[in-house]
Design a protein around this ligand. Structure first.
Ligand SMILES: C[S@@+](CC[C@H](N)C(=O)[O-])C[C@H]1O[C@@H](n2cnc3c(N)ncnc32)[C@H](O)[C@@H]1O
Length: 274
């Protein structure tokens, strides 16, 4: 089965409640960057990934930042106040944007907003942003080259595209990984570590940095499995409890998929030539 943008949108609309019940009411949903192998602080690791992407991007108070696939909006809400940049978050899921807008409503002094829309056809003029960031979102887009063309278009010359994303290191995927890693989140398939860089160059970007960080992906799902099993014990809502148990099984399968080279994670920085 090939998933469409509509399948992806429906999935992320429908899973918001379960995700919030599991992660936390703040909506922390991305892969962590851990201090060492003993580190099991998922929230700290998740925040660290955000800090790394922001530092790699070189964000400062003069930046105008677009977060593509912003989900619940944590990247911009966490950093805009701290660094002082102007930001826009874009996401396919109306539910996630609604959550982000409600959360933003309670904060003052931030020059950010959230829009519903797709990375494959962005509602912004050419050259609008100095930076485009994204965390674990672009892998879901069925037409990835179209996304790269759009990101290239909305960046000003010399602009920076910094992001983390999931990788498909091997071209052949086993049935088990297909079920637990790919179908689980309506993901058709992705780039290898090198294939991603080739695709960005084909879209006109210069590669500034590429980090293969699969070890942190493995640690994220090791820690999340423990959290899922622990939370399942205390959750009263039967549907959420069943979701957590199924997720714990998937977390174990994800370890196998990473070990077999069927799932990976990368952090990349690319530049639109000046
Ligand atoms: C795994 S979540 C990550 C959310 C957020 N970046 C974070 O780190 O918490 C992936 C997000 O990508 C969004 N997404 C998927 N396809 C998209 C598209 N074509 N355009 C915009 N957003 C998309 C989903 O709706 C979802 O909110």
């Amino acid at each position: 089965m090939t998933y469409t943008e509509t399948d992806v949108r429906e999935f992320f609309d429908q899973t918001l409640e379960a995700y919030l019940a599991f992660w936390d009411s703040d909506g922390v949903l991305h892969t962590g960057y851990f201090v060492d192998e003993a580190d099991d602080d998922y929230h700290g690791a998740s925040d660290r990934t955000t800090e790394i992407v922001a530092a790699d991007a070189g964000l400062d108070r003069d930046s105008s930042v677009l977060d593509v696939g912003c989900g619940c909006g944590n990247f911009l809400m966490g950093l805009a106040g701290q660094i002082g940049f102007r930001g826009v978050g874009l996401d396919l899921s109306e539910e996630r944007i609604k959550f982000a807008r409600e959360k933003l409503g309670g904060r003052t002094g931030l020059d950010i907003r959230f829009d519903v829309g797709s990375a494959t056809g962005m509602p912004y003029p050419a050259g609008e942003f100095s930076h485009v960031v994204s965390q674990d979102a672009l892998f879901l887009v069925p037409d990835k080259p179209k996304t790269h063309t759009e990101i290239f278009r909305v960046l000003r010359p010399g602009g920076v595209f910094a992001f983390s994303d999931f990788l498909q290191p091997k071209s052949e995927i086993s049935e088990r990984s297909r079920k637990h890693v790919y179908d689980r989140v309506r993901w058709n398939g992705g780039y290898s570590f090198l294939g991603y860089q080739t695709a960005l160059v084909e879209a006109g970007f210069e590669i500034v940095l590429a980090r293969n960080v699969a070890n942190h992906l493995g640690q994220t799902y090791r820690v999340l499995r423990g959290m899922a099993l622990e939370n399942a014990e205390t959750t009263k809502d039967t549907a959420v409890r069943e979701w957590m148990k199924a997720f714990a099984v998937s977390c174990q399968e994800i370890q196998y998929a990473i070990a077999d080279g069927e799932f990976g994670w990368g952090i990349f920085v690319a530049r639109k030539p000046a």
